[in-house]
Design a protein around this ligand. Structure first.
Ligand SMILES: [Zn+2]
Length: 365
């Protein structure tokens, strides 16, 4: 969905809302809400919720409108639903596309309103703008609440590789084909929704809560993402003075690389073009990237919010509830445990092999 002009003044506009939650209570979801898609946005925000510090949780609750009941998960798709009609100019803030096969992100080149060319009117600029606005106490509660709802959403968007796709095909929106037998799917939709829905249906029996548990497990000690947490959380150079600042340019750079490596090519390394026919093999190839990006987005969103709110409440602002030193120690411990586990397996194997060798051989007649 590409979009109409933006004025920077419009960025200061306000909005009221209506909403939806995924989780347990079934809520009617309108078609327009199904865009990193409703489920993807929810997952990212729900992961972030698990990492929020007490002070960040309390601050979010204060700032968000009452219908959100303090949950950033509940507001994660607001920018794709109510805000789209209330603020038509906000459409161009959901992405930062690059020229075709330029697999890097260049803020001066890529971050501008698609229609107006307004500087910083892209998802990277929007993240920078809304982090500042959340902390701006001269703004009304409504403005700050909306800034937070936009931020939660845009951190999700910037981690969807096709939100930093190519300008020529509008981030995969102009590429249409078949996905796992379903015709007429846009490549962008496949990344926003289809692969996530298929994964939940095929591997988690359609159970969203079980899927959330899977992320929880993979982010915890021993999980496949655990080892990556320190690098996901590492602050970028620009945040030294303002520790709450999101490293959104860096995130856009990562996403655009993934767009080139995984979203625009199939599992055989073949370029995906309109009229494509992508199957289960593509799902298997791409879903690890989809999931890593959802997890990464969640962890980073929590970091930004934690740093943002602790920076105001504590004398020393720091990232996350866990310090880099603690992470380093935990990582070293985990590596040591893995080494010990491997050594034990090797010993057991050798013992077994020696026992086999010691067995008397039965002579063949
Ligand atoms: Zn969006």
């Amino acid at each position: 969905m590409r979009r109409s002009p933006l004025s920077l003044l419009a960025l200061s506009a306000v909005a009221a809302v209506a909403l939806l939650a995924l989780v347990s209570a079934p809520v009617a979801v309108q078609a327009e809400d199904l865009q990193w898609g409703f489920t993807g946005h929810y997952i990212t925000a729900a992961i972030a919720e698990g990492y929020l510090s007490t002070s960040a949780k309390a601050a979010c609750k204060n700032i968000l409108p009452s219908w959100a009941e303090g949950s950033i998960g509940k507001v994660a798709s607001w920018a794709d639903s109510s805000a789209r009609s209330k603020y038509p100019w906000s459409g161009q803030l959901h992405y930062a596309d690059t020229p075709e096969w330029k697999c890097n992100y260049d803020q001066a080149r890529d971050c501008h309103g698609g229609v107006t060319g307004e500087p910083m009117a892209c998802v990277d600029g929007a993240i920078q703008n809304y982090t500042k606005r959340i902390l701006d106490k001269s703004l009304s509660d409504l403005d700050r609440g909306e800034a937070l709802m936009f931020l939660v959403h845009f951190v999700g968007d910037i981690h969807q590789p096709l939100h930093t796709g190519f300008t020529t095909d509008q981030g995969g929106n102009l590429q249409k084909g078949t996905f796992c037998g379903v015709k007429g799917r846009k490549l962008h939709q496949i990344w926003d929704d289809d692969m996530i829905s298929k994964r939940i249906k095929d591997d988690f029996n359609g159970d969203n809560a079980a899927y959330m548990k899977y992320f929880e497990k993979e982010l915890a000690k021993g999980g496949k993402y655990y080892i990556d947490l320190p690098s996901w959380e590492r602050p970028c150079a620009s945040v030294t003075k303002e520790p709450y600042r999101a490293c959104s340019s860096q995130w856009a750079e990562e996403s655009t690389k993934l767009a080139c490596s995984t979203a625009y090519v199939d599992q055989y390394g073949k370029q995906i073009k309109t009229g494509f026919d992508l199957d289960q093999g593509y799902q298997r190839f791409a879903i690890p990237v989809v999931e890593m990006q959802l997890a990464k987005g969640g962890v980073r969103l929590a970091n930004v919010l934690n740093a943002m709110f602790s920076a105001r409440e504590e004398s020393t602002a720091r990232y996350h509830a866990v310090t880099p030193e603690q992470f380093k120690a935990a990582r070293q411990q985990e590596q040591a445990e893995r080494r010990a586990e491997r050594a034990q397996k090797a010993t057991e194997y050798l013992k077994q092999r020696n026992a086999e060798a010691a067995k008397p051989t039965i002579a063949l007649e």
